[in-house]
Design a binder for this molecule. Structure first.
Ligand code: VNL
Length: 394
């Protein structure tokens, strides 16, 4: 009770300070970047931090006369830690923007802090549809699972896949993926014979996969968060599921570019739907991938990296557009307003921040794992243009 009162008072004080931009002591625009830099989701943190630093290296650290400071915090993907760090960043560091958020529970835990302190919160990774409805200060630059799943459910029945078992991580994004894939597949005349859910933390896929094998569906549809795909692929192949005639399909999280090249030739032919592939053949993406790899000892950027890179773009351009005089900092509300409606070319393709929903509208690609120059890639073979999140209730 005491702690809560303290929190409320501290947040009220922070909101008060934020409302008096002219009194700000220095000329630094602070971005509090909260990421899982260790623990099960560490690859997501590593990718996003690297992308944010690349954006700054390419675009400078001065925008509209303000010095940009990036403050990176490791929440180890535990939502209580995310919330505590967000509170410290707002109250003590007086950050102008909160950003990052590797998993849905971390984003949801922070939403009330963004609302109370009127701080724009840029979700660069987490992808449950409802996140943007948790605070009017949230803007998303990643994707949503309904957005990615529906495209695959349109593709599958036209390609001989009618009977599907779904296997998802048992939390927000997995439940979204399961629901939207299933509804659309049934609408298209297909069938989901079983819906399996695995724990998000330390999952063991083996017993689930055995069950799938026995049921002999045409395909197994998988959603697991970034970083868990290689384990699914390994066990899928070890159980000889491919040889039993069961295809592996899923959202692009499972053939994550961070891990894909180490998955081996067993991954060849896997079809997924997603908003980003490192093999996207645009000039802008080729430049992005080359610069990212050069700055990070050859690490290939994945969809998390592009969410971080574009998130920085949204922040930079909002600061540029939010009009202020002299040394004054724009308010959180002014920065938020300038984030809404941004439209630009991303390494993923054209992207748009819908001013109404504050969510990302983007192209969704169908991709197949192929070998190019000796490396495994998600090669795009079809595109659905300008996809809005089908999960929005309003
Ligand atoms: C989430 C969604 C996380 C998709 C992911 O990887 C992902 C989430 C860490 O919303 O928690 O690939």
């Amino acid at each position: 009770m005491k702690r809560r009162n303290f929190t409320a008072a501290a947040l009220a004080a922070a909101a008060f300070v934020a409302a008096l931009p002219a009194l700000a002591q220095d000329n630094t625009f602070k971005i509090g970047l909260i990421l899982p830099m260790s623990g099960q989701q560490a690859t997501t943190g590593r990718q996003i931090e690297a992308a944010a630093r690349l954006y700054m290296a390419q675009n400078g650290d001065t925008v509209a006369g303000k010095k940009i400071q990036l403050i990176v915090k490791d929440d180890t993907s535990l939502p209580d830690a995310t919330r505590r760090l967000a509170q410290e960043l707002v109250v003590n560091d007086k950050v102008n923007v909160l950003a990052g958020f590797g998993i849905t529970p971390s984003a949801l835990a922070t939403a009330p802090i963004a609302t109370q302190s009127k701080t724009p919160m840029v979700v660069m990774a987490a992808a449950t549809s409802s996140i943007t409805e948790a605070s009017p200060y949230i803007v998303r630059t990643s994707f949503t699972l309904p957005q990615a799943s529906v495209a695959l459910a349109d593709w599958a029945p036209k390609n001989g896949i009618k009977k599907v078992v779904t296997l998802v991580s048992d939390y927000g994004p997995g439940i979204d993926a399961e629901k939207f894939f299933k509804e659309r597949l049934i609408f298209n005349g297909g069938q989901v014979t079983e819906s399996l859910r695995v724990p998000m933390r330390n999952p063991d896929f083996a017993p689930f996969l055995q069950k799938v094998r026995d049921g002999k569906p045409d395909a197994l549809f998988v959603f697991v968060p970034s970083g868990a795909g290689a384990a699914v692929m390994k066990q899928f192949l070890e159980r000889g599921m491919d040889k039993a005639g069961i295809k592996l399909i899923g959202t692009g999280d499972v053939t994550d570019d961070d891990q894909l090249n180490d998955m081996g030739d067993g991954a060849l032919g896997v079809v997924t739907s997603h908003h980003y592939s490192a093999a996207h053949p645009s000039a802008l993406n080729k430049k992005f991938v080359a610069a990212f790899e050069k700055a990070n000892k050859g690490m290939r950027p994945n969809f998390m990296a592009v969410g971080g890179y574009d998130g920085m773009r949204v922040i930079y351009e909002a600061l540029r557009a939010a009009k202020t005089t002299g040394k004054a900092m724009p308010t959180g509300d002014a920065v938020l307003a300038a984030m809404k409606g941004q439209i630009f070319e991303s390494p993923r393709g054209k992207m748009f921040i819908d001013a109404q929903t504050r969510d990302v509208v983007q192209d969704i690609y169908l991709r197949k794992v192929e070998k190019k120059d000796g490396q495994l890639h998600n090669v795009e073979f079809d595109v659905i243009k300008d996809v809005k999140d089908p999960g929005k209730t309003k």
